[in-house]
Design a protein around this ligand. Structure first.
Ligand code: GDP
Ligand code: MG
Length: 163
């Protein structure tokens, strides 16, 4: 079976925009199991001849009690469990947040390879905001703009190097 890349991160950082940019064909949306609705969105993608599955998730909003947000969090945690590599998306305009740090903690515990994408670096004046994200403790921190498409090739190079 193909390697699985899960896209995780707090809401509104651009996960779905990245997913749509990287997605090839969409292969499955819903897969029911007893007690669990796996309503994550999957696609099949390919980079440099290497095929993989990509999963989009709702945002990981930590420490919430709300039922819908709990559900979103569960979906993201399931995706992390399933994944071979995690694409951890953050927002370079907003800068690092406490939620990013909580998500990072969860990802360190998973012991899966993690690539940090600092998204929304649309122009040079935002490039320096990249560096604070090294504090999250992961080796790969890559700036990108899912709106312009810049940096996506670098992100994909590192992702497939982790399979
Ligand atoms: P998600 O909640 O993490 O899935 O985020 P979305 O993909 O829904 O994007 C949230 C918002 O950020 C939308 O308004 C996007 O258009 C915007 N967005 C996504 N990527 C970029 C980017 O690279 N640059 C800028 N400026 N905005 C972006
Ligand atoms: Mg989304």
């Amino acid at each position: 079976s193909l390697p699985i890349v899960a896209i995780v991160g707090r809401p509104n950082v651009g996960k779905s925009t990245i997913f749509n940019r990287l997605a090839g064909e969409r292969i499955a949306i819903v897969e029911d199991q007893p007690g669990i609705t796996r309503d994550r969105i999957y696609s099949k993608s390919e980079w440099n001849g290497r095929e993989f599955h990509l999963i989009d998730t709702g945002g990981l909003e930590m420490g919430v009690q709300d039922e819908i947000l709990d559900h979103i969090k569960n979906q993201a945690e399931l995706a992390i469990e399933e994944a071979d590599v995690i694409l951890f998306v953050t927002d370079g305009r907003a800068g690092m947040t406490a939620t990013d740090e909580e998500v990072a903690h969860l990802l360190h515990r998973s012991r899966k390879p993690v690539v940090v994408a600092v998204n929304k670096i649309d122009d040079l004046k935002h490039e320096d905001s990249l560096y604070e994200f090294y504090q999250l403790g992961f080796e790969y921190v890559i700036g990108m703009s899912s709106v312009h498409g810049s940096g996506t090739g670098d992100v994909l190079d590192v992702l497939v190097s982790q399979f």
